[in-house]
Design a protein around this ligand. Structure first.
Ligand SMILES: Nc1ncnc2c1ncn2[C@@H]1O[C@H](COP(=O)(O)OP(=O)(O)OP(=O)(O)O)[C@@H](O)[C@H]1O
Ligand SMILES: [Mg+2]
Length: 203
């Protein structure tokens, strides 16, 4: 079972993943948590290039390809082996982020992006995608206040982030069985309860 968490900046993905993993382990599942871009030493090096505020001149096509390079390594080295062993993989962002950010956000055509994703993942798709849906201004405010990393993508204009959120909605509507939309404006505890219920219903 391959479960991904998606959603705009500051919607709570990174803070919710370890809690959901712990819960699923208590239910007896072998759970691996990981994140994109990253999850392997090579992919984490690519993450640094993607997120660096020094790289503001990066073209959207360059950005798109670097994400797929990081993803290819991550799928082969980490995700597929754990799935093959019968475990659950819980991934903080995956290919839908490419469609939402590099597609809807940067307004690049989706069809070629889908081809690149297919190549990078070797056709691996999530079984369940949990969308943490949140007003983008609320999310960006959370991110800027939490004192963590403020990266090149966070720093893009508000309209970009609004297109990303709309993109997620369009992706979820196009493939309803795979997606569960969760109201990320709730308290962290209420969000976690919804995530647990959605994951357990599928497992
Ligand atoms: N439900 C919530 N209510 C209020 N604040 C929250 C909630 N969930 C998370 N936060 C806070 O918002 C900030 C961003 O959360 P987090 O890093 O988990 O988001 P994220 O979805 O991983 O963001 P990004 O996409 O930018 O990585 C953190 O400071 C976190 O504590
Ligand atoms: Mg995060």
């Amino acid at each position: 079972m391959f479960i991904t968490l998606e959603g705009p900046e500051g919607s709570g993905k990174t803070s919710q993943v370890p809690l959901l993993a712990e819960y699923l382990r208590q239910q007896g599942f072998s759970v691996l948590t990981t994140r994109e871009p990253g999850g392997t030493p090579i992919s984490e090096q690519i993450r640094d290039v993607l997120h660096s505020l020094r790289n503001t001149e990066m073209h959207p096509r360059t950005e798109t390809l670097l994400f797929q390079a990081a993803r290819a390594q991550h799928v082969e080295q980490i995700i597929r082996p754990h799935l093959a062993s019968g475990g659950v993989v819980l991934c903080d962002r995956f290919a839908d982020s490419t469609l939402a950010y590099q597609g809807y956000g940067h307004q690049q055509e989706l069809a070629p992006l889908r081809g690149l994703i297919e190549f990078a993942t070797g056709g691996l798709k999530p079984d369940l995608t949990l969308l943490l849906d949140l007003d983008v201004e609320v999310g960006l405010r959370r991110r800027s206040q939490c004192g963590g990393e403020w990266n090149r993508l966070d720093a893009l204009e508000l309209a970009f982030h609004q297109r990303v959120r709309q993109g997620y909605h369009a992706l979820a509507q196009a493939e309803p069985p795979r997606w569960v939309i969760i109201d990320a404006a709730q308290s962290p505890e209420a969000v976690q309860a919804d995530l647990r219920a959605a994951a357990l219903a599928r497992l």
